[in-house]
Every structure is written in structure tokens, then in C-alpha cells.
Ligand binder design. Structure first.
Ligand SMILES: Nc1ncnc2c1ncn2[C@@H]1O[C@H](COP(=O)(O)OP(=O)(O)O)[C@@H](O)[C@H]1O
Ligand code: SF4
Ligand SMILES: [Mg+2]
Length: 382
């Protein structure tokens, strides 16, 4: 065994020991009764339903700490749709799992930051990052619903669609008779465009196609009239024509239900059609955010500009090869202390040697973390 191997093994043993200590502490902390004073708070802006503020979510693995979310801040305004975009592995799902507090424990932990969620009745907010399980259970499915990429993540194969929808409604509504709940379930199936709603109510998930199952999941997500819907790649697992139908459905519902939507996708086309605001993530950080117009007409971070170029529908002529941003995302266990996009950036200059760039405000709505933001904007506008 070489000296380098020995050092590495020693380091890994140290990591394991340190993690074991952390997990023990974490388990102990979970048993503690959390007083309201630790999680009841106020929204900074009453127009928002969700405010994520300086969020850090780490995974303590055997090879080191994965800094999956490394200081993320953005808000979801009431009744609006916010698209979260970025390549695979940039932290989109971990952001949503942090909000829902469904991280893989004890490895995944929110280490700092706030996730403020406005309460419907009282004039107060709950910090979901610190709230106890009992409070989270009330919020999940009742005030915040989630639509996953794969419908079978939500549906249970051994129960009928009707039973599952009924249960979802029953859990979060008070004093409804069985008959009324069943009628509400059928109504929800009709809302999501299922023609044979009474028939589907009695079916099992395996009897439905992928697109139909995702419609059912959307019905479940809407059934309790949530204030916020988190949709994590809701159309990615479906084939193209069905994708378009489900997007149409979400777009139509968006105006009817008056809920806010956090729409996670790697597909900028979906964002352009659905979102009011866009958050661009890279390696666990927000690198650019703004209105959909800001991001599509004035992309200012070289990463956003790269994502735009890799969209299939802006190819010059047919047969051109699809552009893809060269290089890959840095290792989340060993992130550099300078701009994370440095090794892939075609605009990188001398000024980029400094620490990770601060957010620059380009307008009231548009912010970007890049040393050359203003310059890049001029280039794009030419
Ligand atoms: N359970 C886990 N254990 C360790 N690392 C994880 C875990 N879940 C996610 N990660 C890491 O967190 C980062 C962000 O992942 P994710 O949010 O799933 O990306 P995406 O943007 O594709 O949804 C990735 O580097 C991923 O490897
Ligand atoms: S700070 Fe520099 S290296 Fe980073 S994205 Fe901007 S131009 Fe590129
Ligand atoms: Mg994901």
C-alpha cells in the first residue's frame, strides 16, 4: 500500500467516525420536543407563500460531505409559478425534498437557513426546516402537495384509485360523509380530464397508462386545495405527446386553482410555457433568478446562456448538432472556493479568480451571481 493510499484510508475512517457522531446527535435531537418559539415566524413579504432563505442541505456520506444545497435563497409569490431549472444533479430535487422535509435521514440534513411557509388562517408563518413532525404532517398533502416524476412513487399498487383519493381527502378535511368524499374524488378525476371518472375510481393503478396515472396524481395533489404545489419533473417520465397533454392540463389548472406552483424541470421549454418567475440553479446554488422575461430575453449568467443554447428549438438549421455545455459540474464533496462554473465558462476572465461571486441586482426582479454579469448582458443584446 502506498503512502497516498494509507492517507486516503485514514481520511475515510475519520469521515465515518465523524458521521457516526453526527447521526447520534441527530437522533437525539429528533426526540426533543420542539417549542413553537423555534419554528413559528413571520413572512418577510406577505405577498409570498414560501420564502427559502440561506438554505444549506448536506448529505454526510462515507466519502465526505455532499454540499447538495449550498446557500439557496428564493421566494414563491402567492398564486404564481416559479420554475426551478438546471442540469441533473444541481440540487433541484433536494430543494423540494428539503421543503417537504422528506430527506433521506440521518445522512441528509438541513444544516442552516429558513424555509418560511405562510399559514392560511393565522397571520404567521412556519419555518419548515425546524418544525416538528406533527406540524409537517399537517402541512404535507394539506397545504403543500407534491407531484413526483414517477406517478408510482405516489400511488400504492394494491389499492384502488378511489380509495387512495378518498384517503387523501379524508386526511385533510373535517366532517365530510363517505358519500361526499367519494363524490369529491370523482369530481377531482373529472377536473384532471379523465372522461370515465366513475370507472377509473374503481380501478387499480396498473390498469391505467402512465399519462392517466400522472393525471390521478395531479388530482390527488389538488384534492385538498393546497396553497403550494411542488411538481418535480412532472412530465419527464412520459412520452412526448402525453407530456404535452399533461402540461396543457397543468397550465389550465393553474388559473383555476389559484395555488402557487414550484415547477422543477431541466426543460427550459416547459418553464417558458408555464412559469412567471425562473430560478436557475448550478451545483447547489442559485446563479440567476428573475421573471420569465428577464431570463429568456436577457439571460446574464454564462450558464443560463449555455442552457438557452442547448434548447432544441433554437437550432439554426435542421441537422445541426445540439449544443451542450462542455465539461461537467464540480464534485459536490469538494467544491472550489471560486465560481463553480469557472472550469466550463467561455467568458471566464481575470476578475473570476476571486471567491464565489455575490448576487448582483440587474433590475428589481433580475439577479445574477457572476463577475461579468453586466458585460454578458450587453453581449447577448447585440
Ligand atoms: N441521498 C443522497 N445521498 C447523497 N447525495 C445525494 C443524495 N440525494 C441527492 N444527493 C446529491 O445531491 C446533489 C443534488 O441532487 P438532486 O437535487 O437530486 O439533483 P437534481 O437537480 O437532478 O434534482 C447531487 O450531487 C446528488 O448526488
Ligand atoms: S464569474 Fe466568471 S467564471 Fe463564473 S460564470 Fe461569471 S464569467 Fe464565468
Ligand atoms: Mg431531480
Amino acid at each position: 500500500m502506498t503512502n497516498a493510499d494509507k492517507n486516503r484510508n485514514q481520511r475515510l475512517r475519520q469521515v465515518k467516525k465523524e458521521n457516526a457522531r453526527r447521526f447520534k446527535e441527530f437522533k437525539k435531537a429528533k426526540k426533543r420536543k420542539i417549542p413553537e418559539s423555534e419554528y413559528v415566524t413571520q413572512m418577510k413579504n406577505q405577498d409570498n407563500i414560501l420564502e427559502i432563505d440561506g438554505l444549506h442541505t448536506f448529505f454526510y456520506t462515507d466519502v465526505g460531505t455532499v454540499r447538495a444545497i449550498d446557500g439557496v435563497t428564493f421566494s414563491v409569490p402567492r398564486g404564481k409559478t416559479v420554475g426551478i431549472v438546471g442540469e441533473s444533479g444541481c440540487g433541484k430535487s433536494v430543494t423540494s425534498m428539503s421543503v417537504m422535509r422528506l430527506l433521506q435521514e440521518p445522512q441528509g440534513q438541513i444544516t442552516s437557513g429558513q424555509i418560511r411557509f405562510a399559514q392560511r388562517k393565522e397571520n404567521r408563518a412556519i419555518d419548515l426546516s425546524k418544525a416538528p413532525q406533527k406540524v409537517l404532517e399537517k402541512v404535507r398533502g394539506g397545504e403543500i402537495s407534491m407531484i413526483f416524476q414517477e406517478p408510482m412513487t405516489t400511488l400504492n399498487p394494491v389499492f384502488t384509485i378511489g380509495r387512495q383519493l378518498d384517503e387523501a381527502i379524508q386526511l385533510h378535511t373535517e366532517k365530510m360523509s363517505k358519500k361526499d368524499i367519494a363524490a369529491h374524488s370523482v369530481e377531482m378525476l373529472k377536473t384532471v380530464g379523465i372522461a370515465n371518472a366513475e370507472g377509473v375510481y374503481k380501478m387499480y393503478p396498473h390498469e391505467l397508462s402512465g399519462g392517466m396515472r400522472q393525471r390521478v396524481v395531479i388530482a390527488m395533489a389538488l384534492a385538498c386545495h393546497p396553497d403550494l404545489i411542488i411538481a418535480d419533473e412532472p412530465t419527464t417520465a412520459l412520452d412526448v405527446t402525453i407530456q404535452a397533454q399533461i402540461l396543457d392540463l397543468l397550465r389550465n389548472l393553474k388559473d383555476k386553482i389559484n395555488a402557487s406552483i414550484m415547477l422543477i424541470t431541466h426543460d427550459l421549454g416547459v418553464v417558458a410555457e408555464m412559469a412567471d418567475y425562473v430560478v436557475v440553479m448550478y451545483a447547489g446554488r442559485v446563479v440567476e433568478q428573475g421573471t420569465v422575461q428577464d431570463i429568456f430575453h436577457n439571460p446574464s449568467h454564462p450558464y443560463t446562456i449555455g442552457l438557452m443554447k442547448s434548447r432544441p428549438n433554437i437550432l439554426g438549421s435542421e441537422g445541426d448538432r445540439l449544443y451542450s455545455i462542455p465539461g461537467s459540474v464540480p464534485n459536490p464533496v469538494d467544491l472550489p472556493n471560486y465560481c463553480y462554473f469557472h472550469n466550463r465558462c467561455d467568458r471566464c476572465g481575470k476578475e473570476c479568480e476571486g471567491p464565489f461571486p455575490q448576487m448582483v441586482q440587474l433590475s428589481d426582479t433580475h439577479r445574477v451571481a457572476c463577475y461579468k454579469a453586466l458585460e454578458n448582458q450587453k453581449e447577448v443584446q447585440k
